[in-house]
Design a protein around this ligand. Structure first.
Ligand SMILES: [Fe+2]
Length: 135
């Protein structure tokens, strides 16, 4: 499970809420794996996580563009990379139905990524936006 209280808080409340929702959806997926849910149910939770990731990144990218954020390309590059990886993981899940691989990917890789990304990328973005009085 991803511990909500360990997610670093940024200066923009709207972004914090999106991060909490992402962790919540990942936890719903992990719980379905832990409780032995069937393939269709797990796949549905996985879709919900992926949809939220796209929405979450899209919202941040719009904010960056609207506010001429200087690190836009670097930040978007990290979003694109993890999304591509998550899509590949989804394909593997559909092909192999390996619950342990799926659990490991979201709990460890995505969990760690989210933590690092919030500290390195979202924190400066939130500070920038808050400094401009935009949000
Ligand atoms: Fe981000």
């Amino acid at each position: 499970m991803i511990e909500q209280e360990k997610i670093p808080a940024v200066a923009v409340e709207q972004m914090n809420r999106v991060h909490e929702e992402e962790a919540r959806r990942i936890n719903v997926l992990l719980e379905s794996l832990d409780t032995g849910a069937d393939f269709a149910t797990v796949s549905e939770h996985l879709e919900t996580v992926l949809a939220h990731m796209r929405e979450h990144f899209g919202t941040e990218e719009t904010l960056m563009k609207q506010n001429d954020f200087p690190m836009y390309r670097l930040h978007k590059g990290e979003h694109d990379k993890i999304l591509q990886e998550a899509r590949r993981t989804e394909m593997e899940w559909r092909n192999r139905r390996d619950t342990e691989a799926l659990r490991e990917y979201f709990e460890e890789q995505v969990g760690d990524w989210l933590h690092r990304h919030i500290l390195a990328m979202d924190t400066p973005l939130a500070d920038y936006l808050a400094g401009r009085g935009e949000v």
